[in-house]
Design a protein around this ligand. Structure first.
Ligand SMILES: CC(C)(COP(=O)(O)OP(=O)(O)OC[C@H]1O[C@@H](n2cnc3c(N)ncnc32)[C@H](O)[C@@H]1OP(=O)(O)O)[C@@H](O)C(=O)NCCC(=O)NCCS
Length: 174
């Protein structure tokens, strides 16, 4: 089955917990038990106007997330991010889901600029960003302190006027 994008639900807690049992998810939030997974879902779904977070649903299971958070309505700007359960990586799913949600955010979602950043040692995230139509804008030197080492972050933006990526998209259910 092809994945779809949908809202997170309380019933996704076990799937979210499973996805966070992966060291590469360490910077996506603190989810170490079912209670924290439920709290993460609440935080993603109770933001009112300042966030849109979609689950990547594969055959009824939330295997990933694509979000636009920290939305600044005055400037029509939002912070864009994504993650995918380790077991489902490497198939283009994250790229297609990110293209789907960024296209949506810059049309129905009412935003005009999306921003994201990834650690320089996370090149897969940069491939996903470019597949979703983002343009590399710069480097924030030594932005994160990870295990005692300062790590650069590459920054990207996608404007409403940028070309819509050719990347295949999934169905999005609001
Ligand atoms: C980032 C993440 C979503 C990517 O998921 P994914 O399933 O690998 O994504 P996709 O398959 O859609 O695309 C990954 C691309 O990166 C490429 N890639 C993977 N590892 C790479 C590497 N070390 N160097 C260069 N390219 C790489 C793949 O070949 C693929 O490109 P292709 O589609 O042209 O073949 C996933 O690794 C993840 O969830 N990581 C943990 C959370 C995270 O880091 N999120 C991003 C925060 S900014």
């Amino acid at each position: 089955m092809r994945p779809i994008l949908r809202s997170f639900e309380a019933a996704d807690a076990a799937a979210v917990l499973d996805a966070f049992a992966d060291p590469e998810m360490a910077r996506q939030g603190d989810v170490a038990d079912l209670e924290q997974a439920a709290a993460w879902i609440c935080a993603m779904t109770e933001g009112g106007l300042d966030r849109h977070v979609f689950a990547i649903d594969l055959d009824g299971t939330a295997v990933g997330a694509v979000g636009v958070t920290a939305i600044d309505r005055e400037n029509r700007v939002g912070w864009f991010w994504y993650w995918l359960h380790r077991a489902h990586r490497g198939c283009g799913t994250a790229s297609r889901a990110a293209a789907t949600v960024s296209n949506w955010a810059l049309s129905v979602g009412g935003l005009e600029r999306l921003e994201l950043g990834h650690r320089v040692n996370n090149p897969a995230s940069g491939v996903v960003a470019e597949a979703a139509g983002f343009v590399r804008e710069g480097v924030e030197r030594g932005k994160f302190l990870i295990a005692g080492v300062r790590v650069d972050v590459l920054t990207y933006g996608r404007l409403i006027t940028d070309p819509v990526p050719l990347t295949e998209t999934f169905k999005l259910r609001e």
